[in-house]
Design a protein around this ligand. Structure first.
Ligand code: PLP
Length: 392
């Protein structure tokens, strides 16, 4: 009998939750367009409204502040723009500041030109340098427009949690706008847009067990908004045109609601599993480098390097043994390049890192099997290294 595969790549995408699938199937049966005023349209609109409330709860925001997009990448492209509106008035933003470890959809800078983007340094633990942020904002030419800062709440490779609330205080002091990429944090830890001091928060459905292809911009209020990236029929209160997908929104909403149920108890279970995994890795390979091990981190993520073994080679070995882990982020069209996150942390980006990201569904038996395979890969690494040393 074929061995069942073990999925440990939740930060790339999480498996679809049954509750999300069910909500999507119900919504797919509705024929109406949410913008139509007849009964069929109103039924589709009701699905959108419910999903909006569920997703808003994920960010501690009000439903009116949720704009659905095709994913967090589009959400980033929407808010990263020099063109804002404050009510009906234009509001100019002249420069974007981003930590060097951000996701590529943030580093791409949206509608800012490359000369309008400044990268901020991080330390060896992956934490943004708040002193550098303060200095940059002090030097910012306010006469040319406001400063926009985008900081992720949790890193997709290392899981490092950035000191967003501290950064927000600095940004507010300098009259800047704060965008927080909460894609990896939403649904894994309690997120509250006001407590974070963020003006905008970005979310993605597929990281929390909803369908792929939907995300959201959550705003702190309704007055200051970016000029739409996609103008047209005026859906999503004019902030993002195009007929909405009630099925995708329903799946996102159901996944958000599920994530918030027993959030703390679930987080404790996942954290204990991750700690078991790391203890096993450390015991078998004392020279293994667990990146950002000293930083506050996401409860489900471990990102490590094994000296002498390229992450890509290890990933293939895990895959052949039936275990899906990642070597770097999954967004680069199947190609694994050197990790910009490790490079920014001053680590050996060519050796790369192996990212194991688990979820609530990860079982004890799967952890045991992971550790068995890790032991096998590690033994082979030791043997290869001894042979190489013997040859020298
Ligand atoms: N931000 C982070 C931190 C991510 O991990 C990802 C996905 O990998 C994104 C943004 C992009 O999200 P989406 O796949 O919804 O475009």
């Amino acid at each position: 009998m074929k061995k069942p595969r073990i999925y440990m790549d939740y930060n790339a995408t999480a498996p679809l939750l049954p509750q999300a699938r069910e909500a999507m199937e119900e919504a797919l049966a509705l024929p109406g367009n949410p913008s139509s005023v007849h009964a069929e349209g109103r039924a589709a609109r009701a699905v959108m409204d419910k999903a909006r409330r569920q997703v808003a709860a994920l960010a501690g925001a009000s439903a009116a502040c949720v704009t659905f997009t095709s994913g967090a990448t589009e959400a980033a492209a929407t808010v990263l723009t020099p063109h804002y509106k404050m009510g009906k008035a234009d509001l100019a933003v002249s420069h974007l500041y981003v930590p060097a470890v951000e996701h590529p959809c943030i580093l791409a800078g949206g509608r800012f030109g490359p000369e309008q983007i400044t990268k901020l340094a991080v330390d060896s633990q992956g934490l943004v340098d708040l002193v550098a942020l303060k200095t940059r904002l002090e030097d910012h030419d306010a006469a040319s427009g406001l400063a926009l800062v985008a900081i992720q709440l949790a890193n997709n490779e290392t899981g490092v949690l950035q000191p967003v609330a501290e950064a927000a205080a600095i940004i507010k002091e300098h009259g800047g706008i704060l965008v927080v990429d909460a894609v990896q944090a939403g649904g894994r830890l309690a997120v509250d847009i006001s407590a974070l001091g963020a003006d905008f928060l970005l979310l993605s459905s597929h990281k929390i067990g909803g369908p792929k292809g939907i995300g959201a911009v959550v705003s702190a209020g309704e007055i200051m908004m970016p000029v739409p990236l996609i103008p047209g029929g005026g859906q999503e209160r004019g902030h993002r045109s195009g007929t909405e997908s009630p099925a995708a929104a329903a799946g996102f909403g159901a996944a958000a609601e599920q994530a918030l149920n027993d959030l703390e108890a679930n987080a404790r279970k996942i954290a204990a599993d991750r700690d078991r995994l790391e203890a096993g890795i450390r015991q078998m390979a004392p020279d293994c480098i667990i990146h950002a091990g000293e930083s506050p981190r996401l409860i489900n993520t471990t990102f490590f390097s094994l000296p002498g073994l390229k992450a890509e080679t290890a990933q293939i070995a895990f895959d052949l043994e039936g275990i899906a882990v990642s070597a770097g982020s999954a967004c680069s069209s199947g190609k694994v390049g050197p990790s910009h996150v490790l490079a920014a942390m001053g680590k050996d980006a060519d050796l790369g890192g192996i990212r194991v990201s688990i979820g609530l569904e990860t079982s004890d038996a799967e952890l045991t099997e992971f550790l068995r395979v890790f032991g096998k890969i590690n033994e082979k690494r030791d043997k290869n290294r001894k042979e190489k040393t013997a040859l020298v």
